[in-house]
Ligand binder design. Structure first.
Ligand code: SF4
Length: 326
């Protein structure tokens, strides 16, 4: 088995902006703008950044739920897609890959079909992928409910009969039903009450350990990601600006944007020395030239507005894109 379960190379996802009578494309929203990283088998990789930085689009494009604009993604040694080489999997391999790669959505209210009972929601994947059918699929759905902390009698109920935390448990049961190798958690606790978030995180940790899962955890909350992940990637305006182990990132933060995110965590560091980010995130349709962060960076130098910094290993796999370390 390859060392990296998931390998993402120069991935881009642009959305066209159309205008005029003929709806011509006159610009693009560069939601993901050339992102490369790897996730090893059994690793939990966190992806953080402010809203609209492209992290959710990245997670979904990796799974091919959004059509990629450019780049290549390899999963378990097989090319999922390679836009430049015009290479895509055949339908049969895509089906098998879909089974191995699942997603937990942010909104447990919107992600469950209100017309289906919970047993049917959870067993759908088992039937679709021809793993189990009939009573056996139903019995497995009941087992999965119990594994996720809900009584099996809930299989007959409908989504509206549950609280937000319970619905997220159902969403998690659905995502693990087909024995995936890899799960994208797209802000899986962001829509929940604070009191419930810790319970769901504990459940996810238990399942990751017991089922030997590899996880991409997307979040805007660095504290949560630290608690949960082995390595963390920090995203800004469609690019990764820093990738490091959780310890490296918290003990030796290098990129000025990561420093600002960390400083914003309540109770961390001296409030008087807190780095306050200037201005709003620029539009991904008109990103600043050079380093995209230069319009908000307190350490910006003349070169920063002219040339984009390279994403370089600063030692021990600690990757940073910043001219301060050239
Ligand atoms: Fe700041 Fe320049 Fe580094 Fe960008 S390259 S983060 S503007 S110092």
């Amino acid at each position: 088995m390859p060392d990296a379960l998931l390998k993402v190379e120069n991935l881009k996802k642009y959305y066209p902006i159309r205008s005029g009578v003929f709806r011509r494309v006159n610009n693009y929203v560069k939601a993901v703008d050339g992102v490369s990283f790897e996730i090893k088998a059994g690793e939990n990789f966190g992806l953080v950044g402010e809203s609209a930085c492209g992290k959710t689009t990245l997670g979904r494009t990796v799974l091919n739920l959004h059509e990629p604009t450019a780049g290549r993604v390899t999963f378990n040694g097989n090319v999922l897609f390679d836009v430049e080489a015009k290479q895509e999997m055949d339908q049969k391999s895509i089906q098998s890959m879909r089974k191995d790669m699942q997603i937990i959505f942010q909104d447990p209210f919107a992600s469950l079909d209100p017309r289906w009972n919970v047993g049917r929601i959870i067993s759908e994947g088992l039937i679709q992928h021809k793993i189990l059918e009939g009573k056996a699929a139903w019995a497995r759905a009941e087992e999965l409910l119990e594994l996720c902390g809900l009584d099996k009698s809930n299989a007959l109920k409908f989504p509206h009969e549950f609280s937000g935390g319970q619905r997220q448990r159902i969403g998690i049961a659905r995502s693990i039903a087909v024995n995936p190798k890899f799960i994208v958690g797209d802000e899986p606790i962001a829509a929940l009450d604070v009191s419930i978030q810790a319970q769901i995180l504990k459940l996810l940790q238990k399942l990751i350990h017991e089922l030997n899962l590899t996880f991409l955890f997307i979040s805007h909350d660095l504290n949560v990601v630290r608690y949960f992940c082995d390595r963390i990637g920090v995203m800004y305006l469609g690019n990764l600006v820093e990738v490091a182990t959780s310890d490296q990132l918290f003990e030796n933060t290098m990129h000025p944007y990561s420093k600002a995110l960390l400083a914003a965590i309540p109770g961390k560091g001296d409030p008087k020395k807190r780095i306050i980010l200037k201005g709003d995130v620029p539009s991904p349709a008109a990103p600043p030239p050079g380093c995209k962060f230069h319009t908000r960076c307190a350490s910006a130098m003349p070169i920063c507005s002219k040339a984009a910094p390279e994403f370089k290993d600063q030692g021990g796999g600690h990757m940073v894109a910043c001219h301060l370390y050239d």
